[in-house]
Ligand binder design. Structure first.
Ligand SMILES: *Cc1c(COP(=O)(O)O)cnc(C)c1O
Length: 418
Protein backbone atom coordinates (compact mmCIF):
# COMPACT_ATOMS: atom_id res chain seq x y z
CA UNK A 1 0.00 0.00 0.00
CA UNK A 2 1.09 3.53 -0.59
CA UNK A 3 0.88 7.03 0.81
CA UNK A 4 -0.49 8.96 -2.15
CA UNK A 5 -4.05 9.68 -1.10
CA UNK A 6 -6.73 12.31 -1.58
CA UNK A 7 -7.59 14.71 1.18
CA UNK A 8 -10.74 16.49 0.20
CA UNK A 9 -10.13 16.62 -3.52
CA UNK A 10 -6.39 17.12 -3.54
CA UNK A 11 -3.88 14.35 -4.08
CA UNK A 12 -1.25 14.30 -1.35
CA UNK A 13 2.14 12.67 -1.17
CA UNK A 14 2.20 11.86 2.54
CA UNK A 15 1.37 15.27 4.05
CA UNK A 16 2.29 17.46 1.10
CA UNK A 17 -0.15 18.44 -1.64
CA UNK A 18 1.22 17.11 -4.93
CA UNK A 19 0.20 20.36 -6.61
CA UNK A 20 2.50 22.33 -4.33
CA UNK A 21 5.50 20.18 -5.30
CA UNK A 22 4.68 20.36 -9.00
CA UNK A 23 4.33 24.14 -8.87
CA UNK A 24 7.72 24.44 -7.27
CA UNK A 25 9.67 21.80 -9.19
CA UNK A 26 7.81 21.68 -12.50
CA UNK A 27 6.70 18.69 -14.56
CA UNK A 28 7.29 15.94 -15.55
CA UNK A 29 8.25 15.00 -12.06
CA UNK A 30 8.75 11.81 -10.08
CA UNK A 31 7.61 11.91 -6.45
CA UNK A 32 8.55 9.18 -3.97
CA UNK A 33 7.24 8.57 -0.48
CA UNK A 34 9.78 7.95 2.25
CA UNK A 35 7.11 6.32 4.37
CA UNK A 36 6.00 3.88 1.67
CA UNK A 37 9.57 2.87 0.91
CA UNK A 38 10.26 2.15 4.57
CA UNK A 39 7.02 0.26 4.92
CA UNK A 40 7.78 -1.92 1.92
CA UNK A 41 11.36 -2.63 2.93
CA UNK A 42 10.32 -3.48 6.47
CA UNK A 43 7.48 -5.68 5.26
CA UNK A 44 10.12 -7.93 3.70
CA UNK A 45 12.52 -7.69 6.57
CA UNK A 46 9.84 -8.53 9.12
CA UNK A 47 8.30 -11.27 7.00
CA UNK A 48 11.60 -13.16 7.00
CA UNK A 49 12.37 -12.33 10.61
CA UNK A 50 13.26 -15.50 12.44
CA UNK A 51 15.25 -16.95 9.56
CA UNK A 52 18.70 -15.59 8.69
CA UNK A 53 18.27 -13.35 5.67
CA UNK A 54 19.52 -10.37 3.73
CA UNK A 55 17.17 -8.18 1.71
CA UNK A 56 19.13 -7.11 -1.36
CA UNK A 57 17.19 -4.33 -3.06
CA UNK A 58 17.42 -4.68 -6.85
CA UNK A 59 18.97 -1.41 -7.91
CA UNK A 60 17.72 -1.57 -11.46
CA UNK A 61 14.20 -0.83 -10.21
CA UNK A 62 15.30 2.56 -8.93
CA UNK A 63 18.86 3.65 -8.31
CA UNK A 64 18.46 7.17 -7.01
CA UNK A 65 21.13 7.72 -4.35
CA UNK A 66 18.75 9.19 -1.81
CA UNK A 67 16.46 6.17 -2.06
CA UNK A 68 19.41 3.84 -1.75
CA UNK A 69 20.69 5.73 1.25
CA UNK A 70 17.30 5.44 2.91
CA UNK A 71 17.29 1.68 2.32
CA UNK A 72 20.94 1.31 3.36
CA UNK A 73 20.08 2.90 6.69
CA UNK A 74 17.42 0.28 7.24
CA UNK A 75 20.01 -2.42 6.69
CA UNK A 76 19.30 -3.20 3.07
CA UNK A 77 21.82 -4.88 0.83
CA UNK A 78 21.62 -4.70 -2.93
CA UNK A 79 21.41 -6.76 -6.06
CA UNK A 80 23.44 -5.12 -8.80
CA UNK A 81 23.74 -5.98 -12.47
CA UNK A 82 26.51 -3.65 -13.62
CA UNK A 83 29.62 -1.85 -12.47
CA UNK A 84 27.62 1.36 -12.47
CA UNK A 85 25.08 -0.10 -10.08
CA UNK A 86 27.87 -1.40 -7.86
CA UNK A 87 29.32 2.10 -7.78
CA UNK A 88 25.95 3.57 -6.78
CA UNK A 89 25.32 0.94 -4.11
CA UNK A 90 28.70 1.56 -2.50
CA UNK A 91 28.29 5.32 -2.85
CA UNK A 92 24.97 5.10 -0.99
CA UNK A 93 26.68 3.28 1.86
CA UNK A 94 25.41 -0.22 1.22
CA UNK A 95 28.03 -2.52 2.73
CA UNK A 96 29.94 -4.53 0.11
CA UNK A 97 29.25 -7.63 2.18
CA UNK A 98 25.57 -7.24 1.39
CA UNK A 99 25.98 -6.83 -2.36
CA UNK A 100 25.31 -9.60 -4.85
CA UNK A 101 26.13 -9.19 -8.50
CA UNK A 102 24.07 -10.84 -11.29
CA UNK A 103 23.88 -10.33 -15.05
CA UNK A 104 24.80 -12.43 -18.08
CA UNK A 105 27.43 -10.05 -19.44
CA UNK A 106 29.81 -8.94 -16.72
CA UNK A 107 32.93 -7.40 -18.26
CA UNK A 108 36.48 -7.99 -17.09
CA UNK A 109 36.64 -4.45 -15.69
CA UNK A 110 33.39 -4.96 -13.80
CA UNK A 111 34.62 -8.26 -12.34
CA UNK A 112 37.85 -6.63 -11.16
CA UNK A 113 35.91 -3.76 -9.62
CA UNK A 114 33.59 -6.16 -7.77
CA UNK A 115 36.47 -8.32 -6.55
CA UNK A 116 38.38 -5.31 -5.28
CA UNK A 117 35.23 -4.04 -3.59
CA UNK A 118 34.87 -7.41 -1.81
CA UNK A 119 31.22 -7.96 -2.57
CA UNK A 120 29.30 -10.81 -0.95
CA UNK A 121 29.10 -12.90 -4.12
CA UNK A 122 28.84 -13.06 -7.87
CA UNK A 123 25.72 -14.70 -9.22
CA UNK A 124 27.40 -16.41 -12.13
CA UNK A 125 25.33 -16.99 -15.25
CA UNK A 126 27.47 -19.32 -17.40
CA UNK A 127 30.44 -21.69 -17.20
CA UNK A 128 32.28 -19.31 -19.50
CA UNK A 129 31.80 -16.48 -17.02
CA UNK A 130 32.84 -18.81 -14.18
CA UNK A 131 36.16 -19.53 -15.88
CA UNK A 132 36.72 -15.83 -16.50
CA UNK A 133 36.04 -14.92 -12.88
CA UNK A 134 38.40 -17.68 -11.73
CA UNK A 135 41.14 -16.39 -14.03
CA UNK A 136 40.74 -12.76 -12.95
CA UNK A 137 40.61 -13.68 -9.26
CA UNK A 138 43.81 -15.68 -9.79
CA UNK A 139 45.52 -12.68 -11.33
CA UNK A 140 44.46 -10.53 -8.38
CA UNK A 141 45.47 -13.21 -5.89
CA UNK A 142 42.00 -13.41 -4.32
CA UNK A 143 39.24 -15.96 -4.08
CA UNK A 144 36.03 -14.97 -5.83
CA UNK A 145 32.87 -15.74 -3.82
CA UNK A 146 30.27 -17.19 -6.15
CA UNK A 147 26.84 -18.66 -6.55
CA UNK A 148 25.65 -20.14 -9.80
CA UNK A 149 22.43 -18.71 -11.09
CA UNK A 150 20.32 -21.68 -12.00
CA UNK A 151 17.43 -21.54 -14.35
CA UNK A 152 14.78 -23.80 -12.81
CA UNK A 153 12.57 -23.90 -15.94
CA UNK A 154 9.56 -22.51 -14.13
CA UNK A 155 7.00 -20.28 -15.76
CA UNK A 156 6.47 -17.12 -13.78
CA UNK A 157 3.19 -16.43 -15.62
CA UNK A 158 4.10 -12.85 -16.27
CA UNK A 159 4.84 -10.70 -19.32
CA UNK A 160 7.28 -12.54 -21.64
CA UNK A 161 9.76 -9.63 -21.52
CA UNK A 162 10.07 -9.84 -17.74
CA UNK A 163 9.98 -13.61 -17.43
CA UNK A 164 13.44 -15.09 -16.94
CA UNK A 165 13.14 -18.59 -15.53
CA UNK A 166 12.39 -20.73 -18.56
CA UNK A 167 14.87 -22.90 -20.48
CA UNK A 168 14.57 -20.61 -23.51
CA UNK A 169 15.74 -17.53 -21.58
CA UNK A 170 19.29 -16.23 -21.63
CA UNK A 171 19.57 -16.22 -17.84
CA UNK A 172 21.41 -18.63 -15.59
CA UNK A 173 22.42 -22.18 -16.30
CA UNK A 174 19.91 -24.98 -16.90
CA UNK A 175 19.24 -26.65 -13.57
CA UNK A 176 20.03 -30.09 -15.00
CA UNK A 177 23.56 -28.85 -15.77
CA UNK A 178 24.03 -27.33 -12.35
CA UNK A 179 25.72 -30.32 -10.68
CA UNK A 180 28.23 -30.52 -13.47
CA UNK A 181 29.10 -26.82 -13.28
CA UNK A 182 29.24 -26.76 -9.48
CA UNK A 183 31.61 -29.67 -9.66
CA UNK A 184 33.68 -27.71 -12.16
CA UNK A 185 33.62 -24.67 -9.86
CA UNK A 186 34.72 -26.76 -6.90
CA UNK A 187 37.88 -27.70 -8.80
CA UNK A 188 38.83 -24.12 -9.62
CA UNK A 189 41.54 -22.61 -7.45
CA UNK A 190 40.30 -19.06 -7.28
CA UNK A 191 36.61 -19.31 -6.63
CA UNK A 192 34.78 -20.11 -3.45
CA UNK A 193 31.30 -21.57 -3.72
CA UNK A 194 28.96 -19.75 -1.37
CA UNK A 195 25.50 -20.14 -2.75
CA UNK A 196 22.81 -20.89 -5.28
CA UNK A 197 20.92 -18.14 -7.03
CA UNK A 198 17.68 -18.12 -8.96
CA UNK A 199 15.41 -15.34 -10.20
CA UNK A 200 12.48 -16.41 -12.31
CA UNK A 201 10.98 -13.13 -13.44
CA UNK A 202 9.19 -10.00 -12.39
CA UNK A 203 5.66 -8.87 -11.51
CA UNK A 204 4.80 -12.38 -10.29
CA UNK A 205 1.42 -12.29 -8.59
CA UNK A 206 1.35 -15.79 -7.16
CA UNK A 207 3.44 -17.52 -4.53
CA UNK A 208 3.39 -20.89 -6.27
CA UNK A 209 6.10 -20.22 -8.90
CA UNK A 210 8.47 -19.20 -6.09
CA UNK A 211 7.70 -22.41 -4.23
CA UNK A 212 8.06 -24.62 -7.31
CA UNK A 213 11.39 -23.04 -8.20
CA UNK A 214 12.68 -23.26 -4.65
CA UNK A 215 11.80 -26.93 -4.41
CA UNK A 216 13.94 -27.63 -7.46
CA UNK A 217 16.77 -25.58 -6.01
CA UNK A 218 16.57 -27.44 -2.70
CA UNK A 219 16.97 -30.76 -4.48
CA UNK A 220 20.09 -29.31 -6.06
CA UNK A 221 21.39 -28.10 -2.69
CA UNK A 222 20.91 -31.59 -1.30
CA UNK A 223 22.74 -33.19 -4.24
CA UNK A 224 25.57 -30.72 -3.82
CA UNK A 225 25.80 -31.53 -0.14
CA UNK A 226 26.18 -35.21 -0.91
CA UNK A 227 29.09 -34.26 -3.14
CA UNK A 228 30.67 -32.31 -0.31
CA UNK A 229 29.66 -28.87 -1.60
CA UNK A 230 28.01 -26.84 1.20
CA UNK A 231 25.69 -24.02 0.28
CA UNK A 232 25.57 -21.11 2.68
CA UNK A 233 23.47 -18.55 0.82
CA UNK A 234 20.24 -19.42 -0.89
CA UNK A 235 19.36 -16.49 -3.11
CA UNK A 236 15.73 -16.73 -4.19
CA UNK A 237 15.83 -13.59 -6.36
CA UNK A 238 13.15 -10.93 -6.58
CA UNK A 239 10.07 -10.68 -8.70
CA UNK A 240 7.17 -10.29 -6.29
CA UNK A 241 4.49 -8.32 -8.10
CA UNK A 242 2.56 -5.24 -7.10
CA UNK A 243 -0.92 -4.10 -7.84
CA UNK A 244 -0.99 -1.78 -10.85
CA UNK A 245 -4.62 -2.35 -11.75
CA UNK A 246 -6.94 -5.00 -10.32
CA UNK A 247 -4.31 -7.66 -9.78
CA UNK A 248 -3.66 -8.61 -6.18
CA UNK A 249 -0.07 -9.37 -5.37
CA UNK A 250 0.88 -11.53 -2.41
CA UNK A 251 2.22 -9.77 0.69
CA UNK A 252 5.87 -10.58 1.49
CA UNK A 253 4.45 -12.40 4.52
CA UNK A 254 2.68 -14.89 2.27
CA UNK A 255 5.90 -15.44 0.39
CA UNK A 256 7.82 -15.95 3.62
CA UNK A 257 5.16 -18.28 5.01
CA UNK A 258 5.47 -20.49 1.95
CA UNK A 259 9.25 -20.39 1.84
CA UNK A 260 10.52 -20.57 5.39
CA UNK A 261 9.07 -24.03 6.16
CA UNK A 262 10.95 -25.38 3.14
CA UNK A 263 14.30 -24.16 4.41
CA UNK A 264 13.80 -24.26 8.16
CA UNK A 265 15.69 -27.52 8.60
CA UNK A 266 18.72 -26.07 6.76
CA UNK A 267 21.30 -23.58 7.89
CA UNK A 268 21.06 -21.25 4.94
CA UNK A 269 21.05 -17.51 4.89
CA UNK A 270 18.27 -16.48 2.54
CA UNK A 271 18.85 -13.66 0.12
CA UNK A 272 15.78 -11.95 -1.30
CA UNK A 273 16.13 -9.43 -4.13
CA UNK A 274 12.95 -7.35 -4.32
CA UNK A 275 12.92 -4.32 -6.57
CA UNK A 276 9.46 -3.51 -7.85
CA UNK A 277 7.68 -4.57 -4.67
CA UNK A 278 9.70 -2.04 -2.66
CA UNK A 279 9.82 0.92 -5.03
CA UNK A 280 6.91 0.45 -7.45
CA UNK A 281 4.03 1.84 -5.45
CA UNK A 282 6.30 4.25 -3.59
CA UNK A 283 6.54 6.55 -6.59
CA UNK A 284 4.30 8.47 -8.97
CA UNK A 285 4.96 10.45 -12.13
CA UNK A 286 3.31 13.86 -12.31
CA UNK A 287 2.59 15.26 -15.72
CA UNK A 288 0.76 18.28 -17.08
CA UNK A 289 -1.94 18.22 -19.73
CA UNK A 290 -0.76 20.18 -22.77
CA UNK A 291 -3.47 19.66 -25.36
CA UNK A 292 -6.71 17.88 -26.05
CA UNK A 293 -7.19 16.57 -29.52
CA UNK A 294 -9.91 14.72 -31.39
CA UNK A 295 -9.47 12.60 -34.52
CA UNK A 296 -12.91 11.70 -35.79
CA UNK A 297 -14.24 9.83 -32.76
CA UNK A 298 -10.90 9.26 -31.06
CA UNK A 299 -9.79 11.54 -28.29
CA UNK A 300 -6.24 12.18 -27.17
CA UNK A 301 -4.99 13.77 -24.02
CA UNK A 302 -1.49 15.03 -24.76
CA UNK A 303 0.71 15.39 -21.69
CA UNK A 304 4.21 16.70 -21.07
CA UNK A 305 5.69 13.35 -19.97
CA UNK A 306 6.68 10.84 -22.61
CA UNK A 307 7.85 7.29 -23.09
CA UNK A 308 11.35 8.58 -22.43
CA UNK A 309 10.20 9.27 -18.83
CA UNK A 310 8.20 6.09 -18.30
CA UNK A 311 8.52 3.40 -20.92
CA UNK A 312 6.54 0.60 -19.27
CA UNK A 313 3.27 1.17 -21.18
CA UNK A 314 5.17 1.30 -24.51
CA UNK A 315 7.45 -1.62 -23.74
CA UNK A 316 5.15 -4.03 -21.93
CA UNK A 317 1.73 -2.55 -22.57
CA UNK A 318 1.76 -2.06 -18.82
CA UNK A 319 -1.27 -0.60 -17.11
CA UNK A 320 -0.89 2.42 -14.82
CA UNK A 321 -3.72 4.20 -13.06
CA UNK A 322 -3.88 7.85 -14.05
CA UNK A 323 -5.47 10.13 -11.49
CA UNK A 324 -6.23 13.85 -11.47
CA UNK A 325 -4.10 15.73 -8.95
CA UNK A 326 -7.18 17.81 -8.18
CA UNK A 327 -10.45 15.92 -8.39
CA UNK A 328 -13.23 17.78 -10.11
CA UNK A 329 -16.64 16.84 -11.36
CA UNK A 330 -16.07 16.60 -15.06
CA UNK A 331 -17.90 14.91 -17.91
CA UNK A 332 -16.31 11.58 -18.72
CA UNK A 333 -14.23 11.00 -21.82
CA UNK A 334 -12.64 7.88 -23.26
CA UNK A 335 -9.19 8.89 -24.41
CA UNK A 336 -5.66 7.80 -25.16
CA UNK A 337 -3.21 9.53 -22.85
CA UNK A 338 -0.12 10.18 -24.94
CA UNK A 339 3.22 11.97 -24.73
CA UNK A 340 4.92 14.45 -27.05
CA UNK A 341 7.39 11.95 -28.56
CA UNK A 342 7.38 11.20 -32.26
CA UNK A 343 6.41 7.55 -31.90
CA UNK A 344 2.97 5.96 -31.98
CA UNK A 345 4.15 3.80 -29.09
CA UNK A 346 4.40 6.88 -26.91
CA UNK A 347 1.36 6.40 -24.70
CA UNK A 348 0.48 5.96 -21.04
CA UNK A 349 -3.05 4.67 -21.50
CA UNK A 350 -5.32 3.62 -24.33
CA UNK A 351 -9.07 4.01 -24.36
CA UNK A 352 -9.03 5.18 -20.76
CA UNK A 353 -12.23 6.45 -19.20
CA UNK A 354 -11.44 9.59 -17.27
CA UNK A 355 -12.80 12.97 -16.33
CA UNK A 356 -12.17 15.24 -19.33
CA UNK A 357 -9.03 17.12 -18.31
CA UNK A 358 -8.39 20.79 -19.02
CA UNK A 359 -5.27 22.52 -20.24
CA UNK A 360 -2.52 22.68 -17.63
CA UNK A 361 -4.24 20.21 -15.39
CA UNK A 362 -1.94 17.90 -13.46
CA UNK A 363 -2.25 14.14 -13.73
CA UNK A 364 -0.58 11.51 -11.56
CA UNK A 365 0.59 8.32 -13.23
CA UNK A 366 0.53 5.88 -10.34
CA UNK A 367 2.85 2.97 -9.46
CA UNK A 368 5.77 4.54 -11.29
CA UNK A 369 8.46 4.18 -8.62
CA UNK A 370 10.07 1.08 -10.12
CA UNK A 371 11.39 0.82 -13.68
CA UNK A 372 10.28 4.41 -14.18
CA UNK A 373 13.13 6.86 -13.90
CA UNK A 374 15.67 4.04 -14.05
CA UNK A 375 14.54 3.17 -17.58
CA UNK A 376 14.24 6.79 -18.69
CA UNK A 377 16.23 8.23 -21.55
CA UNK A 378 16.89 11.42 -23.47
CA UNK A 379 15.08 10.25 -26.59
CA UNK A 380 13.87 13.16 -28.71
CA UNK A 381 16.52 15.15 -26.82
CA UNK A 382 14.21 15.55 -23.91
CA UNK A 383 15.74 16.44 -20.58
CA UNK A 384 15.08 13.83 -17.94
CA UNK A 385 12.58 14.56 -15.18
CA UNK A 386 13.28 15.81 -11.68
CA UNK A 387 12.85 13.49 -8.70
CA UNK A 388 11.51 14.47 -5.30
CA UNK A 389 11.41 12.56 -2.03
CA UNK A 390 8.62 13.40 0.40
CA UNK A 391 8.93 12.73 4.10
CA UNK A 392 5.97 13.77 6.21
CA UNK A 393 5.44 17.49 5.67
CA UNK A 394 8.78 17.97 3.90
CA UNK A 395 10.02 17.33 0.45
CA UNK A 396 13.44 17.50 -1.18
CA UNK A 397 14.57 17.45 -4.75
CA UNK A 398 16.74 14.33 -4.97
CA UNK A 399 17.59 14.81 -8.62
CA UNK A 400 17.54 18.11 -10.45
CA UNK A 401 15.71 18.26 -13.73
CA UNK A 402 18.25 18.00 -16.55
CA UNK A 403 19.07 21.08 -18.57
CA UNK A 404 19.83 21.43 -22.29
CA UNK A 405 23.49 21.55 -21.36
CA UNK A 406 23.22 18.03 -19.91
CA UNK A 407 22.11 16.85 -23.33
CA UNK A 408 25.56 17.43 -24.81
CA UNK A 409 27.58 16.27 -21.81
CA UNK A 410 30.60 14.39 -23.10
CA UNK A 411 29.96 15.18 -26.75
CA UNK A 412 32.84 16.53 -28.79
CA UNK A 413 33.15 18.15 -32.20
CA UNK A 414 36.08 16.65 -34.13
CA UNK A 415 38.79 19.05 -35.32
CA UNK A 416 37.77 18.68 -38.97
CA UNK A 417 34.36 20.15 -38.18
CA UNK A 418 35.66 23.09 -36.25
C1 LIG B 1 15.37 -7.52 -11.96
C2 LIG B 1 15.94 -8.42 -10.96
C3 LIG B 1 15.45 -8.43 -9.65
C4 LIG B 1 14.31 -7.58 -9.19
O1 LIG B 1 13.11 -7.93 -9.75
P1 LIG B 1 11.75 -7.24 -9.24
O2 LIG B 1 10.72 -7.85 -10.08
O3 LIG B 1 11.88 -5.79 -9.44
O4 LIG B 1 11.60 -7.59 -7.81
C5 LIG B 1 16.06 -9.27 -8.74
N1 LIG B 1 17.09 -10.06 -9.10
C6 LIG B 1 17.58 -10.09 -10.35
C7 LIG B 1 18.72 -10.97 -10.67
C8 LIG B 1 17.02 -9.27 -11.32
O5 LIG B 1 17.50 -9.30 -12.56
Amino acid sequence: MHDFIYKNSELYAEEVPVREIAEKVGTPLYIYSHKTLLKHYNAFDEAFDGYPHIICFALKANSNLALLKLLAREGSGSDVVSGGELFLALKAGIPAKKIVYAGVGKTKEEIIYALKSRILMFNVESPDELMTIDKIAGELGVKAPIALRVNPDISASTHPYISTGLKKHKFGIPINKALEYYSLASKLNNVKILGIHKHIGSQITKVSPFVEALKKVLVLAQDLKSQGIEIKYLDIGGGLGISYDEEVAPHPKSLARAIIPLVSSHNFTLIIEPGRSIAGNAGILITKVLYLKKHLKKEFVIVDAGMNDLIRPSLYEAYHHILPVTRKNRPKVIADVVGPICESGDFFAKGRKMGRPRHDELLAIMSAGAYGFSMSSNYNSRTRAAEVLVKGKDFSVIRERETYKDLIKGEKIPAFLK
